[in-house]
Design a protein around this ligand. Structure first.
Ligand code: HEM
Length: 399
């Protein structure tokens, strides 16, 4: 069933877990990429739960020059104690209440986007809703003009353009260097843009997240400009690309399981469970990377120090040693301790926002379009990056 689904959807073989396949060993050395791959659930939990031995800062192991300034303030790549300090600081600005208060605005933006689709007999879910909604919400939250979304898209496309998997194999070096070089300009432009807005907030505070970040202090210390630019860039990027995938993937998964779609339509209390299951079944952010700081033993394998380890979250989310019927999409799976938002100290800061946007937007979409279904004549398109799993084009019929 699942194999047929992945085939029907035209999913690339590199996303092996979508085809119902799992590596024979939960921890293995990937010769082609010259790095370690962890696909077992328990082993993945072990790696991401141990930042002391598995660092998030890969810079010292990168085979090419990378300017360290571009990672300062990028939480995802930091280790304790710096990570703890910065995360505490930003979580004062990005609280659960800040997110919960966004619900009416998320509903309003969704309503406007759906109004524009109301008369159409078919539309692309991604351009019509799944892309613009998260981008407008995160732009407004940060306090940058949502009307600049073409710019954000250009930068996000530039930063997610890589089609080659991260690899330490010398034969792949040229492709890796090109990937890193290709990201420099969009990263720099995005940083400058956000800093210019932050500078304005220093002069004239407003009720937005940029102002809160400019003002945030822990122990009398605030963010430097580089930290501010990198963190705001991370929020702007992480705040939309992944949520776009979450929305598209959930619609696709439900469409492929009409009985479960009917249950969600009839009982919207089932929607949050459907969203969680879509994050497990079609994990948008498929892999994380860590660097060993010392020799470690994991899953019966000994990994030397200074090795890169990729944690294959999407594969771990289908590890049959952990899950009953892992290849089956089941909106009532409970508990569902998937690793789609990570785990431990780097647990996704935006998970409450992504979940809220998913719930509000999908509820309204189902309300507005009682007969919504995928167009069998339109091919599906997926994000090109190997570390992403999400639709980039999903044509829906409204009747
Ligand atoms: C971290 C996934 C939405 C901001 C992470 C991590 C994952 C993840 C797997 C862990 C990274 C690691 O351990 O190295 C997702 C998915 C999303 C989503 C699947 C949507 C479906 C968002 C949104 C935001 C956001 C909406 C912001 C508004 C962040 C930040 C971190 C993070 C700032 C870094 C936290 C830290 O390092 O302490 N996300 N994310 N994410 N995410 Fe998300």
């Amino acid at each position: 069933m699942t194999t047929t689904l992945a085939e029907r959807w035209g999913i690339d073989q590199k996303h092996f877990w979508m085809h119902g396949e799992q590596p024979a060993q939960p921890v293995r050395f990937d010769e082609a990429r010259q790095l370690w791959a962890v696909s077992g659930y328990q082993e993945a939990v072990q790696v991401i739960g141990d930042p002391e031995r598995f660092s998030s800062n890969l810079l010292p192991l990168m085979p090419m020059e990378v300017d360290p300034a571009i990672t300062d303030g990028n939480l995802i790549q930091m280790d304790p104690p710096d990570h703890r300090e910065l995360r505490t600081l930003v979580s004062h600005a990005f609280t659960r209440k800040v997110v919960a208060d966004l619900e009416p605005r998320i509903a309003e933006v969704t309503g406007e986007l759906l109004d524009a689709l109301a008369e159409q007999d078919r539309f692309d879910l991604v351009t019509g809703l799944a892309y613009p909604l998260p981008v407008i919400v995160i732009a407004e939250l940060l306090g940058v003009p949502a009307s600049d979304q073409e710019l954000f898209k250009k930068w996000a496309d530039g930063l997610f353009a890589n089609q080659s998997e991260f690899s330490l194999n010398e034969d792949d070096l040229a492709a890796q260097e090109a990937d890193v070089a290709g990201k420099e300009q969009p990263a720099a432009e995005m940083g400058e843009y956000l800093l210019a807005h932050a500078a304005e907030r220093r002069r004239k505070p407003r009720a937005d997240l940029l102002t809160k970040l400019v003002e945030a202090e822990v122990d009398g210390k605030g963010l430097t400009d580089a930290q501010l630019a990198n963190f705001a860039s991370l929020l702007l990027l992480a705040g939309h690309v992944t949520t776009t995938m979450l929305l598209g993937n959930t619609v696709l998964c439900l469409d492929a399981h009409p009985d479960q779609l009917a249950r969600v339509r009839a009982d919207r209390a089932l929607l949050p469970g459907a969203i969680e299951e879509s994050v497990r079944f079609m994990t948008p952010f498929t892999a994380l990377y860590r660097a060993t700081t010392t020799e470690v033993e994991i899953g019966g394998r000994r990994i030397p120090e200074k090795q890169i380890v990729t944690v294959q979250l999407a594969a771990a989310n289908r590890d049959e040693r952990q899950w009953a019927d892992p290849m089956t999409f089941d909106i009532t799976r409970d508990p569902n301790p998937h690793l789609g938002f990570g785990r431990g100290i780097h647990f996704c800061l935006g998970a409450p926002l992504a979940r809220l946007e998913g719930r509000v937007a999908l509820n309204l979409l189902l309300d507005r379009f009682p007969a919504l279904r995928t167009d069998p004549t339109a091919p599906l398109k997926f994000m090109p990056s190997p570390d992403a799993m999400g639709v980039s084009e999903l044509t829906l019929l409204t009747s």
